[in-house]
Design a protein around this ligand. Structure first.
Ligand SMILES: [Zn+2]
Length: 177
């Protein structure tokens, strides 16, 4: 199985799928799965955009909405986790993960899936010690604090992943840059 791995996506889905298609042609291969390691920016509309903790100049619609509306379809199965620049309201609707568009799957705060015999585990968000032991108390409309703490990792999510036995798995984590 061929797996493509993308760091931050920042909503650039058109470019990512085009690059994969280019490489598939060039190297005569077929990519079976794309893993996106956070900052996916599943922005459906303008209301989602204002829930994203980024400076105003970076608030751009980008291209996810096309895949959400059905105008385009992801050319390869895509699995992603959340990072620290997300439409937090959208991802909070799917705490246990789920399909955000055809062929695009969110792993939730913490999730494990199996695809063609490969187990893939993911943990969304970033670590901030002051929120680690809290519950998920945030809800929209967010203020400047909750817009950020919404994506801080909680120990309950780490605990859940620690229950997984047989740890031969691919781990998806967000690296803050
Ligand atoms: Zn990023």
């Amino acid at each position: 199985m061929k797996v493509a791995v993308e760091g931050c996506c920042h909503g650039e889905l058109d470019k990512i799928y085009e690059s994969i298609q280019f490489l598939e042609k060039k190297d005569n291969v077929k990519v079976d799965l794309l893993l996106c390691c956070g900052d996916f920016q599943a922005v459906r509309n303008e209301a989602d955009m204002i829930c994203m903790a980024v400076p105003i100049k970076y608030r751009q619609m980008q291209t996810f909405y096309k895949y959400y509306s059905g105008e385009k379809k992801a050319s390869v199965l895509t699995i992603f986790i959340g990072g620290n620049h997300e439409a937090s309201n959208h991802l909070q609707e799917l705490p246990y993960g789920g399909w955000v568009a055809p062929n695009i799957y969110y792993l939730g705060y913490a999730g494990v899936v199996k695809y063609r015999g490969v187990r893939i585990g993911g943990l969304s968000g970033i670590f901030k010690p002051h929120d680690y032991r809290k519950g998920h108390f945030e809800y929209p409309p967010y203020n400047q604090q909750t817009m950020r703490s919404a994506y801080h990792v909680r120990n309950i999510e780490v605990f859940k992943l620690k229950q997984v036995r047989n740890i031969s798995a691919v781990h998806v984590i967000h690296i803050v840059m």
